[in-house]
Design a protein around this ligand. Structure first.
Ligand SMILES: Cc1cc2nc3c(=O)[nH]c(=O)nc-3n(C[C@H](O)[C@H](O)[C@H](O)COP(=O)(O)OP(=O)(O)OC[C@H]3O[C@@H](n4cnc5c(N)ncnc54)[C@H](O)[C@@H]3O)c2cc1C
Length: 414
């Protein structure tokens, strides 16, 4: 049975993939994608990488061109933010005063960069949207010392891109090691070396007290009184879900839209949530999770499309988490949740010319997570092994074998 008009609020990775998947899976009714930004939907990961480096232009980021939308019969309503939802009335209100009645609504409003707690005249940046990345790109091109506050994925990638552009870079983070929350302390230490090997100054375990001045002439004061002069300051201290517009909607909103295992919003039969804004119940982990990774946004979109088109056979969403990050000469790929592991072992070598995997196990020595560097084949293998519940020892053996150079073909000249 066709659910009729599907309104998708949020026109980025999760929203566009939901629309595409709905059509792909046979939804014949109307599909409307409403987005706050006036520009066509674009992708985010290159914003801290090739777009920021000036290697790609905005055209290459497009997720859905006008022509594709037309061909797929997807209506794009851009430049008009949703400001309210009434679950009982099946109604979304927009900032221009219009209202839209849906049969089914998908909330895909993602997240925004956590704002900088410090104010400066100019030259102080966050990186989430294309406009923000464009402004930072222009400042980076002007030269000068770059101070990056926060050494998570976005901060580390921005530092890496700034170094590739020849900028002097200092990374400041109150944590003792970068990404310790994701990778654990031991692996986190490898990332300190990664930054330093690439000539980045680091200030871990240190707080920023203030940022003053303006672009080209900024002063960053640290907790111990040290003063860093900078042309540009980038603040990468996380993201917050865009869920404020759902206040009073009847949905359960608590750091994201709270959903059941099928990604259906708690409190509203005909509302689903996908991507960075969704806090859904992961049946495998037996807890609610909100994940801010690209692959999650896409996989969840495809699942929600299925659950809308085939309500008679709903599927729960129970992914093994996956994220990649490009930092300096490391292509980092993470499967599962390393930080919650009880034990780990390494195959290969991290460091210069790295090609390695860290395998993480639980108390029963089952493989639960893996981090690979510059080894995509190992990652594919690890995804399979984590999903299959392999033991850590068996995984180590398998990855060890993969690390060996292939035996020469029989009869080959020695
Ligand atoms: C710079 C950067 C680099 C990244 N790199 C990686 C990476 O290397 N690997 C990885 O796995 N992940 C990466 N990510 C994360 C990944 O891009 C996100 O997980 C993904 O964009 C989530 O998609 P989303 O559609 O849920 O949310 P978003 O991308 O945040 O999109 C939400 C959309 O909703 C719109 N919106 C918000 N509020 C409203 C409203 N009220 N009404 C209408 N529209 C609204 C917004 O304008 C936006 O277009 C990166 C993210 C950033 C910012």
């Amino acid at each position: 049975m066709s659910p009729g008009t599907v309104l998708i609020v949020g026109a980025s990775v999760a929203g566009v993939h939901t629309a595409r998947a709905l059509r792909g899976q046979g939804h014949e009714g109307r599909i409307v994608v409403a987005g706050a930004e006036p520009r066509p939907p674009y992708d985010k990961p290159p914003l801290s990488k090739r777009f920021l480096a000036g290697e790609w232009d905005a055209e290459r980021l497009l997720l859905l061109t006008e022509q594709e939308a037309k061909d797929l019969d997807i209506e794009l309503r851009l430049g008009n933010a949703a400001v309210g939802l009434e679950a009982t009335g099946h109604l979304v209100r927009f900032e221009d005063g219009t209202e839209f009645r849906y049969a089914m609504c998908v909330v895909a409003t993602g997240a925004a960069a956590r704002p900088s707690p410090w104010q400066a005249g100019s030259g102080l940046h966050v990186v989430r949207t294309l406009d923000e990345a464009t402004a930072l790109r222009a400042d980076l091109a002007r030269g000068g010392h770059v101070v990056v506050v926060g050494a998570g994925f976005i901060g580390a990638e921005t530092a890496s891109t700034a170094r590739a552009l020849g900028r002097e870079v200092t990374v400041v983070d109150p944590a003792a090691v970068p990404m310790g929350r994701v990778l654990g302390a031991e692996l986190g230490r490898l990332f300190v070396s990664l930054h330093e090997r690439h000539g980045v100054h680091t200030r871990f375990g240190r707080y920023v007290r203030s940022v003053t001045g303006s672009a080209g002439d900024l002063t960053v004061t640290l907790d111990d009184g040290e003063i860093l002069r900078a042309g540009t300051v980038v603040v990468g201290i996380g993201a917050t879900p865009n869920d404020g517009w759902l206040a009073g909607s009847g949905l359960n909103v608590a750091d994201g839209v709270v959903c059941d295992a099928y990604c259906r919003a708690v409190g509203a039969e005909d509302v689903f949530a996908v991507g960075d804004v969704a806090r859904w119940y992961h049946p495998g982990r037996q807890e609610h999770l909100r994940v801010e990774h690209w692959t999650n946004a896409v996989d969840q979109a495809v699942l929600v499309a299925h659950n809308i088109v085939h309500p008679e056979e709903p599927r729960p969403y129970a992914p093994v988490e996956y994220v990649w990050s490009d930092q300096y000469d490391w292509k980092i790929q993470i499967v599962g949740r390393p930080a919650t592991a009880a034990t780990h072992t390494v195959v290969g070598a991290f460091g210069e010319n790295a090609r390695a995997v860290a395998l993480f196990g639980d108390e029963d020595n089952r493989l639960t997570a893996a981090v690979t560097v510059n080894w995509p084949r190992a990652l594919v293998e690890c995804r399979r092994l984590v999903a299959g519940g392999t033991t850590l020892a068996a995984a180590e053996q398998r990855l060890g074998a993969l690390a060996q150079p292939p035996a020469p073909a029989q009869g080959a000249a020695s």
